[in-house]
Structure formats: C-alpha cells, structure tokens
Design a binder for this molecule. Structure first.
Ligand SMILES: [Zn+2]
Length: 98
C-alpha cells in the first residue's frame, strides 16, 4: 500500500511513524517511572515498621500498637520527650482515631 503513495507522502508517513514510536517510548518511560515510584511507595509501606503508634484513651492512658499500655503522670509522649516506644523500640507516632 505504501508503494502506491507518492514518495513525498511516503516520507511523511515514515516520519509520522517514527514520531509515534518516539511518543510511545516517552509514554512507556513515564509508565515505568510511575511504576518505580509506586514500587518505592509500597516497599516503604511493607518494610518492617520501626514505628509504634500510640493512642490515648479517655482515661488518659496511652496504648501502643505493640500491645502495651502506658500512663504518664503528666502530659503525653511529646511532653515527656518520648521519641521511641520503651517496649518495642519503634519510633512513636501518634495514631489518628480510626
Ligand atoms: Zn511499641
């Protein structure tokens, strides 16, 4: 079918084809980049957590995601300078109510 096209037309077609391949390659690279980013994100989530979520109940007790309870005389982890859970060693983060 290409043979029936004038030479000039054939050249244009070839050019367009290569452009399409170029764009396709770009798109593919974007997809690869996106997949890499997603993999990194998921890997970060899957890695053994070195963090421990602390939640305060209505009585002022703190409950850790590693299954322990803790009561401060005054304030909470932040006010008392707690950075790491004394039970599991994970970095303390204040979990939101779920
Ligand atoms: Zn813990």
């Amino acid at each position: 079918m290409y043979k029936e096209l004038p030479d000039r037309m054939y050249m244009v077609f070839r050019h367009l084809n290569s452009e399409v391949e170029y764009i396709r390659a770009d798109l593919h690279q974007a997809e690869v980049d996106a997949l890499h980013a997603e993999c990194d994100r998921l890997t970060a989530m899957m890695e053994p957590t070195s963090s421990c979520g602390w939640k305060q109940d209505q009585d002022g007790n703190w409950w850790t995601s590693c299954g322990k309870g803790f009561t401060f005389v005054d304030g909470g982890p932040v006010e008392n300078g707690f950075k790491f859970c004394p039970y599991c060693g994970g970095e303390i983060w204040m979990g939101q109510e779920e």
